[in-house]
Design a protein around this ligand. Structure first.
Ligand SMILES: Nc1ncnc2c1ncn2[C@@H]1O[C@H](COP(=O)(O)OP(=O)(O)O)[C@@H](O)[C@H]1O
Ligand SMILES: [Mg+2]
Length: 510
């Protein structure tokens, strides 16, 4: 007897259909599994055997061959247990093949027949819906995330018996687990707490409005970490597509909080500077997303930027430029999205007081050069805004008056983002930072005065072609914050300010 059960595996962040074929034939009892599975898939044999017996069904004393097709697709994880078990029961005549054909199943079996959660259920359910399946059997612990998928009935099952009951009678399990709408986060940290530093706040507003990368440079204790940590409080909510993509990633990483459906807030990831290459960009024998992917559509904060390992900073370039990371392993290449905005903070030198008007710097020129050169030219070239966060003056420290609150700043950011979303509708990008040359040619046209300014800037700032494009995008965001359709020379001039630090501070050391 032959039976087939549809399931799926995850590659990158997308689900791909896999067919589990089960063949029972006469002969000495044996149990073989073919089709390029990892150890977890091979161990499925033992789990399935025990789970079937302990759920009160009979395990066939036949020659059993299981094939996971297509054989060329790399498969991993415990999600194949449930479809394999169902296939064996179907091949014994306990289930109707016609009913199985209309659905898909995924879930890991415990020895007693209980179904454990698996990673990536959201991506698999999306693949099932795309294939036109009517239903999908999933672990009840994964119910909330899968519920998001439209056009397919999601059947949460707690154990093998429940799955069999549904397939035999069509009766759905009672009391599906509760699904919590995630409330948007309430931020306790507000820009109103930060005294002075108006230039840095303005730059952060621009960065948030356009999704640009930003570097804060200043002496210890000036408020760099404080400013960076408050960035999420002025970012707009995720739109639906962004939320779906992010939830897929967290589901695959196994980081989705239990019982929650779509993620609402932009991620803010701040890995420590001792983080490894794999921790940052992802990888491992069976690739898992790293920090750059977990920060997708959100913020990656690298505090004490020059302290990160050199190789870590080097691998940061690809995700910064392309918005994705490619991880190559012997048997497979995986691509994860990684469109984050980078916020980096650093001291200007080893002792921390270079350019400080009060505390003298104790570094030699060579030490300063060595310190700043840890941030390589290609990396610096990918940063759109650089601002100095100087020591607070006493008058600023002592003022009782509050600055602008995050809520007010956020309103302006949201308005600017709305303009951008409308502008790029249907183009697969949402903000100015992701503009490609074909769009910038169209949306960042300069008037004659702007062109003259740009010509001078390219020369005096020694802008690269990339630097030129990035400058235009920042100018576009500044214009959007003002609600202007055209980039005026004043917008361009402000954008240029944020490259000033680079030219008069960094360049001299290179
Ligand atoms: N501009 C500021 N306004 C209010 N408090 C500040 C400011 N700058 C620094 N502080 C205080 O100093 C502490 C250290 O600031 P921090 O952001 O960690 O400095 P940095 O990262 O630049 O070394 C903060 O927790 C805060 O209490
Ligand atoms: Mg700090």
């Amino acid at each position: 007897m032959l039976a087939k059960v549809a399931t799926a595996t995850v590659l990158g962040i997308d689900g791909f259909p896999v067919e589990v074929e089960v063949d029972l034939s006469r002969g000495l009892p044996s149990f073989d599994l073919v089709g390029l599975g990892d150890t977890a898939v091979k161990e499925a044999k033992e789990r399935v055997r025990a789970a079937i017996k302990n759920s009160g069904f009979e395990f066939p004393a036949h020659r059993i061959v299981i094939n996971l097709a297509p054989a060329a697709l790399k498969k991993e994880g415990g999600g194949f247990d449930l479809p394999i078990a169902l296939g064996i029961l179907c091949a014994q005549g306990l289930l109707d093949q016609q009913v199985l054909n209309r659905g898909m199943a995924s879930g890991e079996l415990a020895l007693d027949g209980t179904i454990r959660t698996v990673r990536g259920v959201l991506s698999m359910a999306l693949a099932a819906a795309k294939q036109g399946k009517e239903y999908m059997l999933i672990p009840s612990g994964n119910y909330a995330e899968a519920c998001v998928v439209k056009g397919i009935k999601i059947i949460p099952v707690q154990d093998l018996k429940e799955a069999v009951t549904f397939l035999q009678t069509g009766r759905e399990p009672e009391n599906p687990p509760p699904v919590e709408e995630i409330a948007a986060a309430v931020y306790s940290e507000d820009y109103a707490d930060v005294r002075g530093q108006e230039a840095a706040k303005r730059a952060l507003e621009i960065a948030a409005a356009g999704g640009h990368n930003i570097l804060l440079v200043g002496p210890p204790g000036s408020g760099k970490t404080m400013l960076a940590r408050r960035l999420p409080s002025i970012l707009p909510e995720l739109n639906w597509e962004e939320a779906l993509e992010l939830t897929k990633i967290y589901s695959i990483a196994g980081l989705l909080p239990a019982g929650t459906s779509l993620l609402k807030d932009r991620p803010f990831r701040s890995p420590h500077h001792t983080t490894t290459r794999v921790g940052l960009i992802g990888g491992g024998t069976y690739p898992r997303p790293g920090e750059v992917t977990l920060a997708h559509h959100g913020v990656l904060f690298l505090d004490e930027f020059p302290e990160f390992h050199r190789e870590v900073l080097v691998v940061l370039r690809q995700p910064l430029e392309d918005g994705m990371v490619t991880l190559s392993r012997a048997a497979l290449t995986v691509v994860y999205p990684s469109r984050f905005m980078l916020i980096a903070a650093m001291n200007p030198c080893l002792c921390g007081y270079y350019r400080d008007p009060v505390q003298p710097c104790r570094c030699t020129p060579l030490e300063i050069k060595r310190y700043t050169s840890r941030i390589s030219g290609p990396l610096l070239d990918r940063i759109d805004l650089m601002v100095e966060v100087p020591r607070l003056k006493y008058e600023e420290m002592a003022t009782a008056g509050q600055g602008e609150s995050s809520t007010v700043i956020r309103q302006r950011v949201v308005c600017a983002r709305r303009i951008q979303e409308e502008r790029y509708q249907g183009r697969g990008i949402y903000c100015n930072a992701h503009m490609r040359p074909k769009e910038s040619k169209y949306y960042c046209a300069l008037d004659p005065a702007g062109k003259r300014l740009m010509a001078r800037a390219v020369q005096s700032f020694r802008l690269s072609a990339r630097g030129y494009e990035r400058l235009l995008r920042v100018a576009r965001t500044i214009a959007d914050l003002e609600g202007k359709a055209k980039i005026a020379p004043s917008h361009l001039a402000e954008a240029l300010q944020y490259r000033g630090l680079e030219s008069d501070f960094y360049r001299q050391w290179r």
